[in-house]
Design a protein around this ligand. Structure first.
Ligand SMILES: [Fe+2]
Length: 352
């Protein structure tokens, strides 16, 4: 089913955490926007380089932002912002330098939990015709752990792209544990409770290329990316150059347009984190709609979010000290694939 008028409640049977709100997958003229809400921007250097009091202060502010809306914007993250500019251009080159036939040789298929590879336009999911081309790479696609004979050709049309995108992955990987530590500290949990699980852990780097839309495409109402929640622990999204990202405010039941400063890093929590935090840190709905300045008709929009997972055999269990668990423990591969079979078909779920 690819219905531009569908809403999330048509698919609740796939949810592995509680999601009781209702929203349209695509932007609609009746949608309401929360123009007053500002998503918190915080200086992560306070946590990365600070003393115990600095870390505690940051964790409090970060935890409050994430509990309130599931999103926060970080400056002081330590990643060279020049790298983000280079990645923006590289994503454009990556998509525009290949023919559709070349891209289709890498059509997405499940690698462990992650649906990895190329997603043609209107085929990011089975449930909605999103106006985006995407390409996902998980850890297996990168030559990261000194393995000899890494099969770069299996996942990449040209090895030069693996080497270039690996720089982004290496930079972001250094942030996985500090971000998780700040979240866990904010909940009063052991900040290091996931350090081992996050050591050389799996992730999904998704490259998004949203081509400019003609009037007929805009009028058709599909929009650029359907409303969804990320399945992961959390996502690192370098601030996109172009507007369009919308975030659901579960207090006002309105959408918030997220505009983050250039060079900042947007962080949002996903289903894994909602599950292990016993619903304290929400997996927040977001989508890409039309930009107020009309830029969707003019130029491609680029984004390159990186989703942080745990490996398939790990167990997701409500952390100690967070009250009576609302959820039983579950193996990550079952949790991940049951949830994302919403997008990829019932056969995607792994039950063993
Ligand atoms: Fe997302």
């Amino acid at each position: 089913m690819t219905d531009v008028h569908a809403n999330n409640q048509d698919f609740t049977r796939y949810d592995q955490v509680k999601k009781s709100h209702t929203y349209r997958l695509a932007e609609h003229e009746d949608d309401e926007f929360d123009e007053d809400f500002e998503i918190a921007a915080l200086d992560f250097a306070q946590f990365r380089n600070g003393n115990a009091a600095d870390k505690a202060n940051f964790a409090d502010a970060f935890g409050a932002a994430v509990q309130e809306i599931g999103f926060s914007v970080l400056t002081g993250h330590g990643v060279d912002t020049q790298l983000y500019d280079e990645m923006q251009d590289l994503v454009i080159e990556f998509f525009e330098s290949q023919s559709l036939e070349q891209k289709m040789r890498f059509r997405a298929e499940r690698q462990g939990s992650v649906n990895q590879g190329y997603f043609p336009i209107e085929e990011t999911s089975d449930i909605h015709p999103d106006q985006v081309e995407g390409w996902v790479f998980c850890r297996r696609a990168f030559n990261l752990d000194g393995e000899s004979g890494h099969p770069v050709d299996r996942f990449w049309p040209d090895a030069k792209f693996e080497a270039k995108f690996r720089r982004l992955v290496v930079s972001h990987e250094q942030l996985f544990k500090p971000i998780a530590q700040a979240m866990f500290q904010s909940l009063g949990c052991d900040p290091h409770v996931y350090d081992q699980k996050l050591t050389r852990t799996n992730f999904g780097l998704r490259l998004n290329y949203y081509p400019p839309l003609n009037d007929a495409q805009v009028d058709a109402g599909a929009g650029r990316l359907l409303g969804h929640e990320d399945v992961d622990l959390f996502t690192l999204l370098p601030a996109p150059r172009d507007d369009g990202l919308q975030v659901w405010n579960h207090h006002s039941n309105k959408w918030v347009r997220l505009q983050a400063p250039p060079g900042s890093l947007i962080i949002n929590t996903g289903d894994y984190m909602q599950r292990i935090s016993n619903d304290r840190l929400p997996s927040t709905t977001h989508r890409v709609g039309n930009a107020p300045d009309g830029s969707q008709s003019v130029a491609p929009r680029i984004s390159f979010p990186m989703a942080v997972y745990v490996w398939e055999d790990e167990v997701l269990e409500v952390l100690p000290g967070l009250g009576e668990p609302k959820y039983p423990p579950i193996k990550a591969i079952n949790f991940h694939t049951r949830s994302t079979s919403k997008f990829y078909g019932d056969d995607y779920a792994v039950e063993s």
